[in-house]
Design a protein around this ligand. Structure first.
Ligand code: DLL
Length: 433
């Protein structure tokens, strides 16, 4: 099932022609409508005429989050405020948030993108979908909301928080699909099990999860907990919000909405393009956006692209799971560590659950990493021999994957923090020591 079959299954050559036409349009549009890009492009000597093929995109300078911050709040806009119909902001925790503004056409293309990923994941107009992202400046909730309404699903704008009430609606409404971060979906299933209602009172069959990464193990746990089929979708506020890419039922990568977003993979240090299929930082150029177009935006997300055919028939290039962010990457004793590498160590270990926390300290001149992991069975804490054996096993595995020594602390079930939005599992105490 497709939402816009013609676009979603467009032969790649045709799609690339369309991208080139739209890239030229965007460069021209930015030059003429955005004072920020007018200056950038003039300095770089780039006009639409200089773009003769897609790889000519390399002539265009990259745009960074710092550019957005420096022009906070509206300095990146390419339309007067009277044409802007919605404003969102990123969910960052430090400094000024980054702002994104939409024209009416932008909202239309946004909901099309989300509708595509929802249909690709298996959502239909028969679904009752509960949105458990926080409504507000965050793009997640309203993004999914309008996309799902567009396909005719019954949308329940429940928001995040007040989990017991959300679970009550789920039981009473017969909710069939859940929109949330994977960590919140997991937390909700834990809570559902603690309530007096049997799990047969819930009817979830589909999960549209995104906004943060999720290991295969965690996904399995969410699927088992709810008895649903989980899919992943990716996006970021600056680019539009959710709807940049999403998984189909084959779940072998996230199909990019390439008619609207042009992806590139570059070396995060040099911004030089990498070979096809290589892992690096994702840069994205918006191809039709009017309110706040972005040229070669540095997402900081590390992933790869795969344009091999997909069984579902969609031709949009597939993006691998985000393995981490080049700026959220932890640097410990000179070694780059991505939380997802640590998670991969936990996969297949029955004794531990998916909840963990990383504590980084500075002791003397050296950084130390403590990995706190929740046990499934708290009884193990009494069985010292077994506990120590497990701890050693994890430490050993971490050492071989990360190349550094770290300390593992196994803690009681349900003692680590749970999250209603994106999980924040890193506690970096280095600046405080
Ligand atoms: O998280 C937009 C979104 C909302 C996407 C709902 C999907 C669903 P921001 O708050 O600006 O926007 O955060 C963007 O979150 O650069 C990634 O690092 C991370 N991220 C988003 N989706 C995924 C995903 C929204 N599926 C940042 N897997 C991005 C891994 C993700 N990381």
């Amino acid at each position: 099932m497709y939402f816009q079959k013609e676009i979603e299954t467009m032969p790649r050559r045709e799609l690339e022609e369309l991208q080139l036409k739209r890239l030229k349009w965007t460069v021209d549009y930015c030059y003429n409508n955005s004072p920020f890009y007018h200056e950038r492009l003039s300095k770089a000597g780039v006009t639409a005429d200089k773009i003769r093929c897609l790889s000519d995109i390399q002539y265009i300078p990259v745009t960074t989050k710092a550019d957005l911050r420096d022009h906070y709040p509206f300095g990146m806009l390419a339309q007067p405020m009277k044409n802007i119909v919605r404003i969102h902001a990123s969910s960052g925790t430090t400094g000024k948030p980054t702002v994104v503004a939409y024209t009416r056409n932008d909202l239309e293309l946004w909901s099309d993108c989300v509708a595509r990923l929802a249909v690709a994941a298996g959502a239909t107009d028969e679904d009752i979908v509960q949105i458990s992202f926080g409504y507000g400046m965050f793009t997640g909730a309203l993004g999914l909301h309008y996309g799902l309404e567009k396909i005719g699903a019954s949308v329940v704008p429940n928001s995040s928080g007040n989990t017991e009430k959300a679970l009550m609606f789920m039981r009473d409404f017969g909710t069939t699909a859940l929109v949330a971060t994977p960590s919140y979906a997991l937390y909700m299933s834990e809570m559902a099990k603690e309530l007096e209602y049997p799990m047969s009172d819930y009817h979830l069959r589909l999960g549209l999860f995104g906004s943060e990464g999720c290991t295969p193990e965690m996904r399995t746990q969410i699927e088992k907990g709810w008895g649903l089929f989980a899919t992943d979708n990716y996006g970021m506020s600056e680019l539009i919000g959710p709807g940049v890419s999403g998984e189909c039922r084959e779940r072998c990568g996230l199909h990019f909405n390439e008619d609207y977003f042009l992806p590139e993979i570059v070396d995060p240090e040099t911004c030089e393009p990498l070979e096809k299929g290589e892992q690096g930082e994702l840069l994205v150029t918006t191809l039709c956006k009017e309110g706040m177009p972005l040229l070669r935006y540095r997402t900081r997300d590390i992933t790869y692209l795969d344009d091999s055919p997909c069984k579902c028939g969609r031709t949009g290039v597939r993006m691998g799971k985000v393995i981490g962010r080049s700026d959220d990457m932890l640097k410990i004793r000179g070694v780059n560590v991505f939380p997802s590498e640590i998670e991969s160590v936990f996969v297949g270990m029955e004794e531990i659950g998916p909840h963990y926390q990383l504590v980084v300290r500075r002791e003397g001149f050296a950084d130390t990493l403590e990995v706190r992991v929740e046990l499934i069975d708290g009884g193990l804490l009494e069985r010292y021999g077994e506990l120590e054996q497990l701890q050693r096993k994890i430490e050993h595995k971490l050492r071989s994957v990360l190349g550094i020594q770290c300390k593992v602390s196994l803690v009681e079930p349900k003692t680590l923090q749970r999250f209603e939005g994106k999980a924040n599992r890193i506690l970096d105490l280095r600046s405080k020591s």
